[in-house]
Design a binder for this molecule. Structure first.
Ligand SMILES: [Zn+2]
Length: 511
């Protein structure tokens, strides 16, 4: 986002002006007030939520000659050069463009000298996760024995890429995304301050599009102002950014909930003919579904939408079972990856709409892409799957069945580990299972007990297992739970499948 005029103009200059991040503000300003300044801080969180802004306020506050309580005066001989960027005691580097060890060494050399005017030399390293390994090592040495006058503030959007050794030397602060409501409030203030006529709906659209980032919110507002010559409305904002408004998204979900296949597909055609960016629509719809899910599981109390919209979201959350909602989300998530590569851009969305509007009982979809649904339906018997799942000797074993099986077997511990992330209790059932073989696109899992087979048989669980298998091995397979006793029944046929299964089970042929 290049438009940063408003962002610069409205950047907070003291703790009080910072909206959101309350606990961080309080901790930092207490540290200032009590003169308990640490040597290293780590600010982590999404982009545009005020990490650098707070770092700079803190840098001025600990050095200000004229401090009031914990707030910097922004006028004195240390504050001014800190604000202008002319002080030798404030060093800011962007690790994204200064990744090398020599950059860090330069900083450390600079630290050997006492501050010129300030009490502390403050070093802000933005996007610190981008530093090279050697650079991190050099930094670590300094963090282990920092000069008394040194204060490091490290900022990152990707904490998982920062070495634990570094993290453990710092005081860590986790910055939150800004809520739509808070962001809309701030945007409203800025709009009024600039005498811009804008509706609440439009402010909400911009806040939602900014996805929790002040910087993006103000930059989007900037763009809207540049385009408009009059009152800014919700529709106008949607047009400028190619966004789909929350009302439209809500209507689409209603069609899905009511299983109105034809209308849902027509809805997409209309968007497509209207020149709407379908990929953007897809992303917006997923974000909307996420909100419905959060409401369903009772995580978020308010999204900052108007009462009508909030009411709709609640109603939709109430009318869907959690299983169905998760299913819809998965279907549209799948479409998101497909839409980028599709020759007919609307097709993945249309397929998703068809799939998502089937009656729940109809949905046997565990396929990993929408166009496989048809095959899935044919290959999975609708009657008791345990009874019919008995391995049939006539069933063709895929040519690469045994090599696929060894991939699965080798990766099995890893697959179980990963499934834990999704659903801890699933693993206890799966631990008793053994991969038995691959026929066509089905991976046979052999279970000693019906109870555990039934757990994996449940559609929502099968989907998780299928997904993780694909993530870990790259193989698109559908798990097919089968009971050991049924499986043993085919042993005398001694086909390739059974042999490889026996190898894993360490079993013998009982006759
Ligand atoms: Zn000052």
């Amino acid at each position: 986002m290049s438009n940063l005029v408003l962002y610069r103009k409205y950047r907070p200059l003291n703790f009080a002006q910072v909206v959101n991040q309350e606990h961080i503000k309080t901790t930092l300003s207490n540290a200032v007030a009590n003169n308990r300044v640490g040597h290293a801080y780590l600010f982590t969180g999404p982009r545009g939520v005020g990490k650098t802004t707070l770092a700079r306020i803190f840098a001025r506050a600990i050095n200000c000659k004229n401090r009031k309580a914990s707030e910097p005066c922004n006028e004195c001989a240390t504050c001014k050069p800190f604000l202008d960027g002319t002080s030798l005691d404030l060093l800011e580097i962007d690790a994204a463009s200064h990744t090398g060890v020599e950059n860090v060494r330069e900083l450390i050399d600079h630290l050997q000298f006492s501050p010129t005017a300030a009490t502390f030399k403050v070093i802000i390293i933005d996007e610190v996760h981008m530093l090279s390994k050697a650079a991190f090592n050099a930094l670590l040495k300094t963090l282990e024995e920092p000069p008394a006058h040194a204060v490091f503030i490290l900022a990152t959007t990707e904490i998982n890429k920062v070495p634990v050794t570094i993290i453990s030397r710092t005081q860590r602060f986790d910055f939150k995304k800004v809520s739509i409501a808070d962001l809309a409030k701030l945007l409203k203030f800025v709009a009024h301050d600039n005498k811009i006529e804008i509706t609440d709906g439009a402010l909400m659209e911009i806040a939602a599009a900014a996805d929790g980032s002040f910087r993006d919110g103000l930059s989007l507002l900037d763009q809207v102002i540049n385009y408009s010559d009059g009152k800014v409305t919700e529709e106008f904002v949607e047009q400028v950014f190619g966004l789909t408004g929350v009302v439209t998204l809500s209507q689409f979900l209603d069609l899905i909930i009511q299983n109105k296949t034809q209308e849902a597909v027509e809805f997409i055609s209309k968007l497509s003919f209207g020149g709407r960016d379908l990929y953007q629509f897809e992303k917006d719809f997923l974000e909307y579904l996420r909100k419905v899910l959060l409401r369903k599981i009772g995580v978020a109390a308010e999204f900052g939408f108007t009462k009508d919209v909030e009411g709709n979201i609640k109603q939709q959350a109430d009318s869907l079972t959690q299983v169905r909602l998760l299913e819809i989300i998965r279907i549209f998530q799948k479409a998101e990856t497909e839409i980028k590569w599709a020759t007919i851009q609307s097709l993945p969305l249309e397929l998703a709409a068809v799939e998502a509007t089937q009656e729940e009982e109809d949905l046997t979809t565990t396929a990993s892409s929408s166009n496989e649904v048809v095959t899935t339906k044919q290959s999975i018997p609708t009657t008791d799957r345990h009874a019919t799942a008995k391995l049939d000797a006539d069933q063709t074993v895929a040519r690469d069945g045994s090599s696929g099986l060894s991939v699965i077997t080798n990766a099995w511990p890893q697959i179980l580990e990963k499934i834990k992330d999704y659903n801890h209790s699933l693993v206890s059932s799966l631990k008793l299972a053994q991969p038995g073989g691959i026929t066509g696109k089905e991976l046979v899992l052999i279970f000693p007990y019906k109870f555990h087979a039934d757990v994996i048989e449940a559609r929502k669980n099968r989907i998780i297992v299928d997904q993780v298998i694909e993530e870990v091995t790259g193989l698109k397979l559908m798990v097919k739970p089968i009971l050991q006793k049924d499986f043993n029944g085919t042993i005398e046929k001694k086909d390739e499948l059974v042999e490889s299964a026996l190898k894993i089970l360490g079993g013998e042929v009982e006759q």
